[in-house]
Design a protein around this ligand. Structure first.
Ligand SMILES: Cc1cc2nc3c(=O)[nH]c(=O)nc-3n(C[C@H](O)[C@H](O)[C@H](O)COP(=O)(O)OP(=O)(O)OC[C@H]3O[C@@H](n4cnc5c(N)ncnc54)[C@H](O)[C@@H]3O)c2cc1C
Ligand SMILES: NC(=O)c1ccc[n+]([C@@H]2O[C@H](COP(=O)([O-])OP(=O)(O)OC[C@H]3O[C@@H](n4cnc5c(N)ncnc54)[C@H](OP(=O)(O)O)[C@@H]3O)[C@@H](O)[C@H]2O)c1
Length: 240
């Protein structure tokens, strides 16, 4: 079936006769999918890890399901897309605050491995969330290990559906707003990774509320403060 717009702006369809082998040519070329690197080469010099969430609604996601179906030893065609902004601060004494619910945890696992391997003196604070603690606390043992080691200074979790009322990472941020503000004043970098549509927007609003409240600012002044963080590379997002 082929369509074009008719003289009165209506869609006009006509039937095309094609050979079965021509059908693939009618579609746009399949696009590559991007995945954040979830490991540090200092911790795993011979491998690269990714954290893949399987998207099944409303249809099974193509690449995530394909990756999940692979057996050990399978070959996967990959390319690297470097990031210029989403990196740990050059000064490894700077504190970092990481907000990464769901698959957004991926780059922060890599950050923590890197900071642990380098014995970086900077403090690290992670906000993580998923639906249920039982099956959604990704990398739990490793994260708890970072806490024991002292590499992870704070770990705040929000398991949204483990109680009657939804709790999200930004609720944990607000519960700890004063300390978060103090970290920002001490030069902390603020990173967000994961869902762009809802989470990143709500985390951004929570950040602005915290700045306004604990910095005693109007909402316009808080917006300026956050813009300054962004301009100075201290508020960085990788959202999708
Ligand atoms: C910078 C960046 C970093 C990323 N990092 C990660 C990461 O670390 N981990 C991770 O898991 N993902 C990450 N992603 C997302 C990832 O690239 C893919 O988008 C994701 O895995 C979904 O791909 P898919 O092929 O499985 O789904 P797709 O086949 O692309 O489908 C995407 C969504 O559309 C729906 N859909 C499919 N067909 C239809 C249809 N006909 N009508 C309506 N809806 C439909 C599916 O149900 C699914 O929810 C990142 C994305 C970016 C841009
Ligand atoms: N998982 C899904 O249902 C789903 C659906 C459509 C698209 N996607 C896409 O898949 C990618 C990442 O998904 P993911 O599996 O890593 O995790 P995700 O869907 O981002 O979910 C992770 C956690 O974030 C919570 N969450 C939902 N809305 C939020 C908000 N406004 N603020 C803060 N947290 C919120 C979720 O809670 P609740 O789910 O309990 O609300 C869940 O506990 C994104 O591109 C996302 O848009 C996911």
């Amino acid at each position: 079936m082929e369509s074009h717009t008719g003289p009165h702006n209506q869609r006009v369809f006509r039937t095309l006769h094609v050979q079965a082998q021509e059908i693939p040519n009618l579609f746009r070329r399949m696009q590559p999918r991007l995945y954040s690197i979830a490991s540090s080469l200092k911790a795993y010099p011979d491998s690269v890890h990714i954290t893949v969430g399987i998207n099944n609604e409303p249809y099974p996601g193509l690449c995530s399901n394909w990756l999940a179906s692979l057996s050990e030893g399978s070959e996967v065609p990959v390319f690297l897309q470097a990031t210029s902004q989403f990196r740990l601060p050059e000064d490894d004494a700077k504190p970092v605050i990481m907000v990464g619910p769901g698959t957004g945890i991926a780059p922060f696992r890599a950050f923590l491995q890197e900071r642990a391997a380098c014995n970086s003196p900077g403090r690290n604070w992670l906000f993580f969330g998923e639906r249920h603690e039982e099956n959604g606390f990704y990398y739990r043992e490793e994260l708890e290990g970072f806490m024991t080691q002292g590499c992870l200074t704070h770990l705040h979790t929000a398991f949204s559906r483990d109680q009657g009322q939804r709790i999200y990472v930004q609720d944990r941020m607000e519960e700890n707003g004063e300390e978060l503000w103090n970290w920002l004043q001490e030069g902390a970098y603020f990173y967000v990774c994961g869902d762009a549509a809802r989470m990143a927007r709500d985390v951004d609003s929570a950040l602005r509320r915290i700045v306004a409240r604990y910095g005693n600012m109007s909402s316009e002044q808080a917006d300026d403060y956050v813009s300054n963080l962004t301009r100075n590379g201290r508020y960085v997002r990788d959202v999708y």
